[in-house]
Ligand binder design. Structure first.
Ligand SMILES: [Zn+2]
Ligand SMILES: [Zn+2]
Length: 366
């Protein structure tokens, strides 16, 4: 049991539900997305969870304060098969890896790192998520039929995915030379010729832009591309992190630090301001362009995003698919059936040949 020091300097003993234990029967309670409460899987008792606290932006400097703040209430497991690292609340143990399904999982003495300060809780349950996966697989026209059948949505597991969001004010000083094409018509040796020429002009000035919640994925088990496909996550409405939300779920340990994620966010900011600035001008070519970007009032949130992860082995290859545990969006890769693609091509060719024949009969002088 943890003894935290409260504002009065007195040790505060965690109550039973913060510990995840059922006050009625003492069993481990789990967070129920359906009921938005902690639920005891044995006696059905429910305990309300506080949803009233929205997460707060943190000052950028806190990003470097990486003392092991989360370690007291969690521990880290590593999958010996695929290397996934999962954070679970202290009295739960990892059973099967959500990414590869293996049970070859060991507890490590690694630190859980920064404690999240925001969480988008799971809002749909596993059954609903599984139904979404089934529908998604059905729509994958080119996936082999046997693969679709072997996509076992029952095997999906809910795991929170770590991400950093950043807010920042960008101030840009820029300069450059842009060119616009124009044509001239001349007479050369009695012939009229048209030539394309380029008129160059200087640009320069300052530009301001406010960025809100730039989302950077911090786990390497799910790509930024997949996260973008699963969006939105409603990060502005995220709750203040509280350990209750983790019960019955796991969280992926972040592999990219907050600092690395900020470097990525900075790169994104630079790309966005550049395209916004250039969009103000009418040009065809960029002869030169340079900008100096200053970012101020940077704040961040270290967020956990709810994702159901599923896996399917097909011809010795592992395919993962993901469901947004907040809105049910699904994404993932499937194998492509060569036969199905061939049939489509043949049908396409058949239509072309058929139309050709039709026109031939219609217009061949009958
Ligand atoms: Zn109970
Ligand atoms: Zn694994």
């Amino acid at each position: 049991m943890n003894h935290e020091i409260n504002e009065n300097g007195k040790p505060e003993i965690e109550n039973e539900t913060r510990n995840g234990k059922c006050p009625e029967c003492g069993a481990e309670m789990v967070f129920s997305p359906e009921k938005s409460a902690l639920e005891c899987p044995y006696c059905g008792n429910t305990v309300a969870v506080d949803f009233s606290q929205t997460s707060k932006e943190r000052d950028f400097s806190e990003l470097f304060n990486v003392a092991d703040k989360w370690g007291g209430e969690t521990h880290v497991f590593r999958c010996n098969n695929c290397g996934a690292k999962e954070v679970l609340s202290k009295n739960e143990i990892a059973k099967a890896c959500p990414f590869c399904g293996t049970t070859n999982i060991v507890v490590t003495d690694e630190l859980s790192g920064l404690k999240p300060n925001g969480i988008v809780p799971f809002a749909i349950d596993k059954k609903t998520a599984a139904a979404k996966v089934k529908m998604w697989a059905k729509r994958k026209l080119y996936a082999p039929r046997a693969f679709k059948k072997s996509v076992a949505p029952e095997g999906i597991a809910g795991t929170y995915n770590p991400a950093f969001t950043f807010d920042a004010d960008a101030f840009v000083v820029y300069r450059g030379v842009l060119g616009k094409h124009y044509t001239v018509t001349r007479t050369v040796n009695g012939k009229t010729v048209t030539e394309t020429r380029t008129r160059y002009f200087n640009i320069g000035g300052t530009f301001d832009m406010r960025f809100d919640d730039i989302l950077i994925q911090a786990s390497e088990k799910i790509s930024q591309r997949d996260i973008n496909k699963l969006r939105p996550f409603d990060t502005n409405e995220s709750n203040e992190y509280s350990t209750e939300f983790l019960h019955g779920f796991s969280a992926q340990q972040y592999e990219k630090s907050g600092e690395e994620c900020w470097t990525e966010a900075r790169r994104l900011i630079e790309q966005i301001v550049k395209s916004r600035i250039l969009a103000k001008y009418d040009y065809d070519v960029i002869q030169s362009y340079s900008q100096r970007v200053e970012t101020n009032n940077v704040t961040y949130k270290y967020l956990l995003l709810p994702i159901y992860v599923g896996h399917c082995k097909w011809k010795k290859k592992l395919y993962n698919f993901f469901v947004n545990g907040h809105n049910g969006n699904v994404t993932g890769k499937t194998p492509v059936s060569a036969v199905k693609v061939l049939i489509t091509v043949l049908i396409g060719l058949g239509v072309v040949v058929g139309l050709g024949l039709l026109f031939y009969y219609l217009f061949s002088g009958t």
